[in-house]
Design a protein around this ligand. Structure first.
Ligand code: HEC
Length: 501
C-alpha cells in the first residue's frame, strides 16, 4: 500500500519534471527564434535604408559619372544625350542611374556577404527588373498601404525583406515620362539575407536534456532512499508491534500469577477476622482486607485491560436475560448504596426482550463499573438504572442501559478524557475514592468490542448520566437455562425501588 503510494508520487514527480522541461524548451526555442528573426529584420531594414540613401544621393545629382570598365558598361536603358563622355586625357565615363548603382552595390554585397538586393517594379523598364513571385505579392501589398514585408524562405536558409520605393522630386528627372508623380509608390527593393544555421537552438536542446537528466537522476535517488526508509519503517513497526504484544502477554500472565497468592491473603485474612481477634487486631486485619481487595480489583482491571489490548479477550455468546443481569449488578451494589443511604431505582421498560444472546458477564462488568462509580461519587439523592429497547431494531436488538446519578458531576474539560485510561478527574480523586482509573477505559473497550458505544452527559453539581448502547442477537426465552429467570423482569414493566434507608 505504502510503496504504491510512493510509486504514484514518483510517477507524478517525473511527469511534472518532464512537463516543466518541455514547457521551458518550447518557450526558449520560441524566444530564440523571435530574437533571431528580430536581428534579421533589423539587418534587412539597415540594408534597405543604406540602399535608399545612396540612391537619393545619386538621384540628387541626376545620376553620377563613373569610368567605364568591363563590369560597368553604359546603361542602354538610360536614354540621355550626355550619358557618355570622354575626357581630354581620353578616359571614358558613363552616367549611372540609381537603379544601376543599386545593382552594382548589390553585386559587391553578394560577393562579400551573400546578401542580394533586387530593385523591381510591377511594370519594369528593364527586363532584368522583372519581379519574382513573392515580390509581386509584396508590391501589391505596398500599393494597399503595407509598409514592409519579411519572411523566412527556402527552408529557413534565407530571410527576405522588402520595402517600397517612394518617388521624390529628383526621380522625376528621368521618370516623368513613365508618369511617376511625387509621393507615388513605384516598385521596391528586396533584400535576401542568408541565414546561418543557428547554434542557439542546439545549445538550448542540449542544456534542457542535461537538466532533464539531472532532475530524473535526483528523483530516482530520492525514490530509492524513500523506499529503503519505508522498508526500515515497516520493519521497525513490526518489531515494535511484536514487542508490544510480548509486553501485553507478559502483563496478562503476570497479573494472573499475582492473583493466586493474593486470593490466599484475602482468604486467610477473612478467616483471621472470623476468629474474633481483639479490636486492635480486628482493625489491622480490616485494613489488610480492604487493601488486598483493592489490589485484587486493580490487578483484575489490568488483566482485563491488557487482554483487550493484546486482543486476547474473547466474547461469549449465550442467551441471557438482560433484566436479570441488571438485577445481579444492582444486588451487588445495593450494600454500598445502602451504606451511603442512596436511593436505587431500577426501570426496565416493558418492551425489553426477556432474552437476548450475548456476553452477559461483560455486560454485567460494564454495569457494575458504572454503578459503583455512581455510588462512589454521589453523596445524597440516588441512582437510576434505565433499560430501554431502541426502536426500529429487531436484528440485532439494540438495548440502551443508562446509569444516572445525582452526584457531583464532571467538569466539561475532563469529560472528553474520561474514557482514556488512567485519567481520573484528578489524582486527588484516586486518593479519596480509590479505583484504578482503568474502569471507564475498560468499559469503553468492552463496548467497542461488543459493537456498541458508551456515552456520558454531566452537569457539575447535578449529576452524571452514562449510557451504553449495545447490539444483541435475538434469543428464545425458553433457552434461558443457566440463569434463574425472575418472572417480573423482562416480561412486563418492572419499575422497582430498592430503598435503602
Ligand atoms: C538618372 C535617371 C534616373 C533617376 C534620377 C532615377 N531613375 Fe529610376 N530608373 C532609371 C532607368 C533608366 C531605369 C531602368 C533601367 C535600370 O533598371 O537601370 C530605372 C529603373 C527604376 C526602377 C526599376 C523598375 C523598372 O521600372 O525597371 C525603379 C523602381 C525606379 N527606377 C525608381 C526610381 C525612383 C524612386 C527614383 C527617385 C529616387 C529614380 N528611379 C530615379 C533612371 C532613373
Amino acid at each position: 500500500m505504502r510503496s504504491n503510494h510512493i510509486k504514484i508520487q514518483v510517477f507524478f514527480a517525473v511527469l511534472f519534471w518532464f512537463s516543466v522541461i518541455l514547457i521551458s524548451l518550447i518557450l526558449s526555442l520560441k524566444a530564440e527564434k523571435k530574437n533571431r528573426t528580430e536581428a534579421l529584420l533589423a539587418g534587412g531594414r539597415a540594408f534597405f535604408q543604406q540602399a535608399i540613401l545612396t540612391r537619393a544621393w545619386n538621384a540628387k545629382h541626376g545620376g553620377v559619372f563613373v569610368p567605364i570598365t568591363k563590369e560597368t558598361r553604359p546603361n542602354p536603358y538610360l536614354p540621355l544625350a550626355d550619358r557618355d563622355l570622354t575626357t581630354d586625357t581620353g578616359v571614358e565615363y558613363t552616367k549611372i542611374n540609381p537603379a544601376f548603382m543599386t545593382r552594382e552595390i548589390s553585386e559587391l554585397a553578394e560577393n562579400s556577404k551573400g546578401i542580394k538586393f533586387h530593385i523591381t517594379s510591377l511594370r519594369p523598364l528593364r527586363p532584368g527588373n522583372e519581379p519574382h513571385l513573392w515580390e509581386v505579392e509584396s508590391l501589391k501589398m505596398f500599393q494597399n498601404g503595407q509598409q514592409e514585408f519579411s519572411s523566412f524562405s527556402d527552408n529557413e536558409s534565407n530571410f527576405r525583406y522588402m520595402a517600397p520605393l517612394i518617388v521624390t522630386k529628383e526621380c522625376l528627372k528621368c521618370h516623368e515620362k513613365q508618369g511617376y508623380k511625387e509621393g507615388d509608390i513605384r516598385g521596391g527593393i528586396s533584400v535576401v539575407i542568408p541565414v546561418k544555421p543557428s547554434t542557439g537552438s542546439t545549445t538550448i536542446w542540449f542544456s534542457h536534456v542535461a537538466v532533464l537528466l539531472i532532475g530524473l537522476l535526483f528523483i530516482c535517488t530520492s525514490w530509492r532512499k524513500l523506499e529503503s526508509k519505508q522498508v526500515q519503517l515497516i520493519k521497525a513497526r513490526k518489531e515494535s508491534e511484536k514487542a508490544n504484544q510480548a509486553k501485553s502477554d507478559f502483563l496478562a500472565n503476570m497479573s494472573h500469577e499475582i492473583r493466586t497468592p493474593l486470593n490466599g491473603i484475602i482468604g486467610m485474612t477473612r478467616l483471621a477476622r472470623d476468629s474474633h481477634p481483639e479490636p486492635q487486631m480486628q482493625h489491622y486485619l480490616k485494613t489488610i482486607q480492604t487493601s488486598s481487595n483493592s489490589l485484587l480489583q486493580l490487578i483484575s482491571d489490568i488483566l482485563d485491560f491488557s487482554k483487550i489490548e493484546a486482543n486476547q479477550l474473547e466474547l461469549e455468546s449465550r442467551p441471557f436475560s438482560p433484566g436479570q443481569t441488571v438485577e445481579n449488578a444492582v444486588q451487588t451494589i445495593n450494600i454500598l448504596a445502602s451504606e451511603k443511604r442512596l436511593r436505587l431505582t431500577v426501570d426496565i421498560r416493558p418492551d425489553v426482550p426477556a432474552a437476548v444472546s450475548g456476553d452477559s458477564f461483560r455486560l454485567q462488568q460494564i454495569l457494575l463499573n458504572l454503578l459503583s462509580n455512581a455510588v462512589k461519587f454521589t453523596e445524597k439523592g440516588g441512582l437510576t438504572i434505565l433499560v430501554e429497547r431502541l426502536r426500529n431494531s429487531t436484528d440485532p436488538e439494540w438495548l440502551k442501559f443508562t446509569v444516572q446519578d445525582t452526584g457531583k458531576g464532571i467538569s466539561p474539560d475532563k469529560l472528553e478524557h474520561i474514557f482514556d485510561h488512567f485519567s481520573q478527574e484528578d489524582s486527588s480523586v484516586t486518593r479519596k475514592y480509590g479505583g484504578t482509573g482503568l474502569g471507564l477505559a475498560i468499559c469503553r473497550k468492552l463496548c467497542q468490542l461488543m459493537g456498541g458505544e458508551i456515552q456520558v452527559q454531566s452537569t457539575l453539581g447535578k449529576g452524571s448520566s452514562f449510557s451504553v448502547t449495545l447490539p444483541f442477537q435475538y434469543a428464545d426465552s425458553k433457552k434461558l437455562t443457566t440463569e434463574k429467570l425472575d418472572s417480573d423482569i423482562g416480561k412486563k414493566s418492572s419499575l422497582r425501588f430498592i430503598s435503602c434507608w
